[in-house]
Design a protein around this ligand. Structure first.
Ligand SMILES: Nc1ncnc2c1ncn2[C@@H]1O[C@H](COP(=O)(O)OP(=O)(O)OP(=O)(O)O)[C@@H](O)[C@H]1O
Length: 308
């Protein structure tokens, strides 16, 4: 099946200038290639200035690119065919506070040449039926984001581009928002979202894309990136009462805190032999946690801050 989004060797530079003086161009994207299949949720990560917004703007057809190829459902970004299939949710959506959710949606539907009577159905999809006839000025930030999401669903887009969609939302609203995205992905919508909240991305997306200085430095599932980064696994071993010294003697390579909790680190391939050594201590061990490298560790490993 043709991917919903295909980007090949995408390059984009902005002309640099300082007042009248022209300085070196900013290479915002350098030879970036990726594909996103229908029904997949990809997280675009990167420090400030890494090139995330530039990539999104190009996919939406808002700015031109210098070289490479971009295809949105087989169409050139910004073309009428692509524009009907892609929708965008900015970080901070602004609506008219005096309108109700239903009125706002009816307005957008009319602007898009769609039947305004779909407004309630769209609001129901994002769980806003009870508030549909309330003024948006009374909505919480999470509810406004859901109005924004309802707006993006007009015309049943095949690709959703979401710029930090959960920024400023509380944990429950974040979880609800990702639940909605899961439902859309299950129906075949491809989702490209940027986020600085690595913990939520870790659990709620299928693919991770890490941009650094305009280059796509890592791409794949979390498991792929974990294997490629080959970062150490941590093991926390809690001694049974009175056995802290015995644990420390058995693992001189570890470090122990004041409570006797022993921290060990090893490569992935050494994990099972190390677990076997710990198990041999029998009742001297009260508890054990194995902590794989987090997305934050993996992200730090792959991304750099050079010049950003
Ligand atoms: N219109 C522009 N003119 C000149 N330089 C630009 C322009 N837009 C972006 N840039 C530069 O391109 C680089 C990539 O910027 P971009 O906005 O894509 O980063 P980002 O990853 O979205 O960052 P953030 O997380 O801060 O939104 C940066 O160095 C930025 O300063």
């Amino acid at each position: 099946m043709t991917p919903t989004l295909t980007i090949s060797r995408l390059t984009k530079a902005f002309p640099g200038s300082a007042g009248r003086q022209r300085i070196q161009a900013v290479e915002a994207l350098k030879q970036v290639s990726l594909t996103l299949e229908a029904g997949k949720r990809a997280a675009l990560l990167g420090h400030n200035g890494a090139g995330k917004s530039t990539m999104m703007k190009i996919v939406l057809g808002l700015i031109p690119f210098d070289s490479g190829e971009v295809s949105v459902c087989g169409a050139h970004p910004g073309s009428p065919a692509a524009r009907t299939r892609v929708a965008y949710l900015p970080e901070n959506v602004a609506f008219h506070p005096a309108l109700t959710g239903e009125e706002q949606l009816r307005h957008y539907l009319s602007l898009r040449g769609e039947d305004p009577r779909q407004a309630m159905e769209l609001l129901a999809r994002v769980g806003l039926t009870p508030a549909a006839r309330r003024r948006i000025g009374t909505y919480s930030k999470g509810m406004r984001q859901r109005v924004g999401l309802a707006q993006t669903l007009i015309g049943r887009p095949r690709l959703l581009v979401l710029d930090e969609p959960t920024s400023g939302l509380d944990p429950v609203s974040r979880r609800d928002f990702y639940d909605l995205l899961d439902g859309l992905a299950a129906e075949g919508t491809a989702i490209l979202l940027s986020s600085h909240v690595l913990t939520e991305v870790e659990a709620r997306t299928d693919r991770i894309l890490i941009l650094s200085g305009g280059e796509l430095v890592a791409e794949g599932t979390l498991a792929d990136l974990r294997a490629r980064a080959a970062l150490p696994v941590s093991l926390l071993v809690r001694p049974a009462p009175g056995y802290a010294a015995r644990l420390a003697a058995a693992f001189p390579e570890g470090s122990q805190d004041g409570d006797g909790l022993l921290r060990l680190a090893c490569r992935q391939a050494e994990k099972l032999p190390l677990l076997a050594r710990i198990t041999m201590l029998g009742s001297a061990v009260a508890d054990l946690d194995v902590i794989p490298p987090s997305l934050e560790d993996i992200y730090s490993h792959f991304s750099r801050r050079d010049g950003q």
